[in-house]
Design a protein. Sequence first.
Length: 429
Amino acid sequence: MSFTELWESLLPVGRDAATGGYRRFAWTEEDAACRGWFIRAAAERKLRSHPDRNGNLWAWWDQPRTASGPRGSGAGAVVTGSHLDSVPDGGAFDGPLGVVSGFAALDLLRARGFAPARPIAVAAFCEEEGARFGVACLGSRLLAGAIDPRAARALRDGDGVTFAEAMAAAGYDPGRIGPDDGLLGGISAFVELHIEQGRGLEDLGAPVGIAEAIWPHGRWRLDFTGRADHAGTTKLADRSDPVLPFAATVISARQAAANHRALATFGKVTALPGAANAICASVSAWLDARAPTRALLDATVAEILVMAERASHKHRVRLRERQESFTPTVEFDARLRNRLAATLDTSGPDSPAVPVLATGAGHDAGVLAARVPTAMLFVRNPSGVSHSPAEHAEAADCEAGVTALADVLADLAGTGAAPPRRTQGGGGW
């Protein structure tokens, strides 16, 4: 099956006909359909597939039995993959491109006659976007021990359903979630391919790039509590309207981000009771903040919270704030990154070095980097748009990403011989 055929087999799952965006949330019918697709893709390739204790999916291409030992006894496994879930009305490529490309890269390696000296796996991580339960990269965080399992089980979605309840309803045992040192201990390298969530590669004229680092980032919840009242009879001077300090905080966040070369976004807001003719009783808002360094991030958030407190006091509104998640700066493994660069270097006068880029977007690779050598490949996004139906990658660039990933997997899982080199024609780039 070609990359295009494999890609199109997943494309309809979870797509909203009205918006063109995707709604693939953890432990829903759409998520079950994505899991079914993954298991079928593995079976079609005769890969050994299974979920881990946290609901992440794995498909294994084990090296054959040899005189030196049984199947699976070689050096640490090489893993690729990404995630299949989405933000509300997200694009088709964010996450799924890495999973589809993983399977397509294995197809390409087999077509070349490549025989791995160590196991290769394709993984699909659970609840990467945090769209349902609010914590990004939840599956990889649980696997790596970066979140307390009890706290994860207690997470609730917008309808009050806990992560544990949703997981159990999907047929999984939430009592088993948590770090899996045995699984991680058998991995020698993880390489995630992902659409670039920006225009860096487009501006450089390159279809594929390598990630250098991920900016530190986090999410903070701000609860503004005022007093519900009548919109038509309550004098302005008598109001305790939580929308006012919230609005002031949004404006201050934009200025704080500009002051510190950071990014700050309020993308999720809940106003209650939500009647058009009533003053709100409360507003809950989630701040997403990212910056090139921890110091700049801390300064940005501190400035925003100070302004939120001042505006709340001015309008006689109570403010409660708490940090819901945080990921420090991730520097991807330098030796692995250099190895990817060497593998993908065509060394010709018309073939410039593969670009190396930092990113403000979080990824499962960033979480796993604390436990295993990790690297990322980016595929060009001509519009730079992401988390939107407008997200896009050209078919030729996707094919270039598959070829690059196959070359990397061949190098990392091979016998030590030089991997096959690409040419400028055909599937090269």
